[in-house]
Structures are given as C-alpha cells and as structure tokens.
Design a protein around this ligand. Structure first.
Ligand code: GUN
Length: 293
C-alpha cells in the first residue's frame, strides 16, 4: 500500500484562510490582533523565518511589528525591547527569534515575555498549563503535528504513539499534549537510551520523528498502516544536484511510504504548519486580552 501524503502547504493554507475570515470578525468587534517579532543579529535562516512570519501576518490581517537589534546588542537592551512590548496593550503576541547570539542567556529572555503574550509557548508557566490540561497556547511545531494528523483524517484517541526525540521544543511537549483527555493517546517517548527501539516503532499506530537524524526511521521499523509525521529538517550532501545538498527528514521517506497509511514529506510537511500555529496563538492571545474567550 502506498501512503497518502499529508500536504502541510495545503493544510496550512486552509488554516490561514480560516483565520483570515476570523480576523474580519475580530476587527468588526474593534480587535486588531498584533504580533511583535524581535530579531537579534543577522543569521540568514532567522531572517527568512521572520520574513515568512511577517508575510503570514499580512495575509491573515494581523498587524505585525518588528524590532531588529545588532548581533552585539546587550541582554539589557533586549530585555528593554521585550518590556516595551509587554507593556504595550495593543501588542498581543511577542516572539523572540531563536537562536540568540551566544552572549545572551536564552532562558532569561524567554522567561521575560509575559505568559499571556508568549505565543511560542516556551514560558515555563505555559508549558506547565499544558501538563495539567489547562491549555492557553500550544507550542507551534507540536501543535502543527497534531493538526496534520487530525486534518489528515486520523485520530489519536486510543492510538499507540511513539515519539522519537525528547527535545523541549518538540518531543516533550508533544508527549504532554497527547496523553491529555482531549487526545487520549498512549504515548511512548523514545530517546538515545531506549531499548529495542525497532520493536517499539513496529508496535506504533502513529510515529512522530523529531530526533534530528537524517532518514533514521527505516521501512523495516514500521508496521503496515502506520501514520508517520516527520519533524526533521536535515541538510545532507547531494552530489550532482545544482546546490550540492538537499533537505531530508528523520524518516526514510521512500521506504516508509510503501508501508504507511499516511506520511508527511520534508519539505512541505510540518514546516509550513509551525507558522500557521503561531498565527493561531496570536489570535488566541488577542481574544483573551479582549475577554472574547
Ligand atoms: N527559531 C526557529 N524556529 C523558531 C520558533 O518556532 N520560535 C522561535 N522563537 N525561534 C525559532
């Protein structure tokens, strides 16, 4: 059986169109959602992310503000910018683009963003809310994975889900979300010290690969009919191609797709979903700020 490909570009476009309609309604009630993005330095990949976020805001009708600080900006300078956005009632969401330059302490910065404006859902307060099932925001990449499963026509209820990788950004929050009462999955969180990984993967109804190892999940590690969500983005050498490299996920796509019921591609799978989820969190923040939730 060849897998159905769950197209993240299509799903995220559909979500953006839904949000565009929602924003028209919010503006009718006098609410203009606003996202502030802070970029420190001139990392080319970060610049691309920030510009994509801006484009998505424009498309949906969200006001977007941007502050760019030089790579040698001090921690206090950055804290000052965040403080300004924290105090500005017209700003609903604040995102500080990562990675930060090495001399700036990431943890301190992320914790200085007011939890009610923390649209990345990186603040320990919001992470804690998820683990007790009281959700305000959902972290963007994990939420994107779950939306692809849902809109791909699958349910997590009762499913045995294997998560590969225990990062704070993807694996751990996903595990936290999946065994909540609205998701009802049985979760197995696997990592570098996990025994008999192949057997565990073979038992899974859904596998979410997020460990950052190119094409790690092979065809002989999955059962027929599995649903596979690939979070990996790895640049590997590709001799003979124009650029000399290509992007691959954490899944051996060609082999796994022969057995899976559905699979997400890289690129064009989870990637585009992250921004759609960020936009959704921004709308949530705006609605909460105006007592509309
Ligand atoms: N850098 C790469 N992805 C992200 C993200 O989702 N949020 C932030 N703040 N920085 C990033």
């Amino acid at each position: 059986m060849a897998a159905r490909i769950i197209n993240g570009n299509e799903v995220s476009q559909q979500m953006k169109d839904e949000m565009k309609d929602e924003v028209v309604g919010l503006k009718g009630k006098g609410v203009e959602p606003c996202l502030a993005v802070i970029l420190v330095g001139d990392d080319p990949a970060s610049k691309v992310y920030v510009s994509n976020k801006k484009k998505a805001c424009e498309y949906i009708g969200i006001r977007s503000l941007e502050t760019v600080l030089p790579a040698d900006a001090t921690t206090d300078q950055l804290l000052g910018v965040i403080d300004g956005y924290n105090k500005d009632k017209s700003v609903h969401g604040i995102l500080c683009q990562l990675p930060l330059p090495k001399h700036i302490p990431e943890t301190k910065i992320l914790r200085s963003i007011l939890p009610e404006k923390d649209v990345d859902c990186f603040h320990p307060y919001n992470v804690g809310l998820i683990s007790i099932g009281e959700v305000r925001f959902l972290p963007c990449t994990p939420a994107g994975c779950l939306e692809l499963i849902k809109r791909g026509g699958f349910t997590t209820s009762g499913a045995d889900v294997v998560i590969l990788g225990r990062s704070n950004i993807v694996g751990r929050p996903l595990s936290n979300m999946l065994d909540q009462r609205n998701m009802n999955a049985t979760v197995m969180m696997c990592h570098t010290k996990t025994k008999n990984l192949k057997e565990k993967c073979l038992g899974a109804d859904i596998i979410i690969a997020a460990m950052g190892q190119p094409e790690f999940l092979k065809g002989d590690m999955v059962k027929e009919g599995v649903v596979v969500i690939d979070v990996g983005i790895n640049r590997v050498e590709a001799p003979g191609t124009e650029r000399g490299w290509k992007l691959v996920g954490d899944v051996d796509f060609e082999a796994v797709k022969e057995k899976a019921a559905a699979i997400t591609p890289v690129p064009g799978g989870v990637g585009p979903m992250t921004i759609a989820m960020l936009m959704k969190n921004t709308l949530t923040a705006a609605k909460e700020a105006h007592g509309l939730l």
